[in-house]
Design a binder for this molecule. Structure first.
Ligand code: ADP
Ligand code: MG
Ligand code: MG
Length: 251
């Protein structure tokens, strides 16, 4: 579903190399996690995949389900089925959550050459998804994220993900200071959306999040590269011993 080969990235503004040959392959139906010390390039990887400005790809490739992501504009990547979770945590006063979701869904359908969803069909779908995710219907009527608690924002982001039916979901939780409840929300959301045709890349500092998500593969990133990959036990090793042993071993 996502195939990254020898990806090299530097900052546009200064001559600083951040990703130094990332190789990563996420199969459909699988959940891969990336852990790693601060500053190792985890967020940069998710930004580059989503098409954020400020980075220059100097080598390598990133292909999602046969589509060369690096050739596409950010919105085209989203339309092709890439979802970067927590990319819309902004508050949008005056725009109802429901309206926002409908606009996003229809924009994506349009980009995929599909007809707009009727208001009635949309309403049915959003209510069903909200129910599955235990999201209060009341939240759908409020302005996007305005006055939402941290937990409500998380729920809303998971709802956005559910509505857009992405092929590949990337969640960068590294610096968000999730409390235990929010972590559980994110994990439940990911678990609910796990499916055969969908891949997940979960970036996190927290072994605890991975306790709930149970990833298929765990990668350790350090200094712009994936330096070690393994099963869920790798996350436990990090939890127990920190990164020092692993970094020494691969050095
Ligand atoms: P992580 O998410 O693993 O903590 P980041 O991807 O945020 O790591 O950062 C990797 C490195 O790149 C860090 O040294 C960081 O300071 C640097 N970096 C990333 N983006 C920028 C930027 N826009 N300007 C300057 N330095 C940056
Ligand atoms: Mg960081
Ligand atoms: Mg980060």
């Amino acid at each position: 579903m996502l195939e990254i080969k020898d990806l090299n990235v530097k900052l546009e503004e200064e001559d600083k190399e951040i990703l130094k040959g990332v190789n990563l392959s996420v199969e459909a139906g699988k959940v891969h996690a990336i852990m790693g010390p601060n500053g190792s390039g985890k967020s940069t990887l998710s930004y580059v995949l989503s098409g954020k400005d400020g980075y220059e790809v100097t080598g390598g490739s990133a292909v999602m389900d046969g589509v060369d992501l690096l050739e596409l504009e950010p919105e085209e990547r989203a339309a092709a089925g890439l979802f970067l979770a927590f990319q819309y945590p902004v508050e949008i006063p005056g725009v109802g959550n429901m309206t926002f979701l409908r606009t996003a869904v229809n924009a994506q359908r349009k980009a995929r050459g599909q007809d707009e969803m009727s208001a009635a069909d949309f309403l049915k779908l959003v209510r069903a998804r909200a129910k599955e995710l235990k999201i209060d219907a009341e939240m759908l009527k409020r302005p996007v994220n305005v006055g939402f608690s941290g937990g409500e924002k998380k729920r809303n982001e998971i709802l956005q993900m559910a509505m857009l039916e992405p092929k590949m979901c990337i969640l960068d939780e590294t610096d968000s200071g999730l409390d235990v409840d929010a972590m559980k929300l994110v994990a439940d959301g990911v678990n609910a959306l796990r499916s055969e045709g969908r891949g997940f890349l979960v970036i996190t500092h927290y072994q605890r999040l991975l306790d709930h998500i149970k990833p298929d593969v765990v990668h350790i990133m350090a200094d712009g590269r994936i330096v070690k990959s393994g099963g869920p036990e790798l996350a436990l090793e990090v939890e127990n011993n920190g990164y020092a042993d692993i970094l020494a071993e691969v050095a």
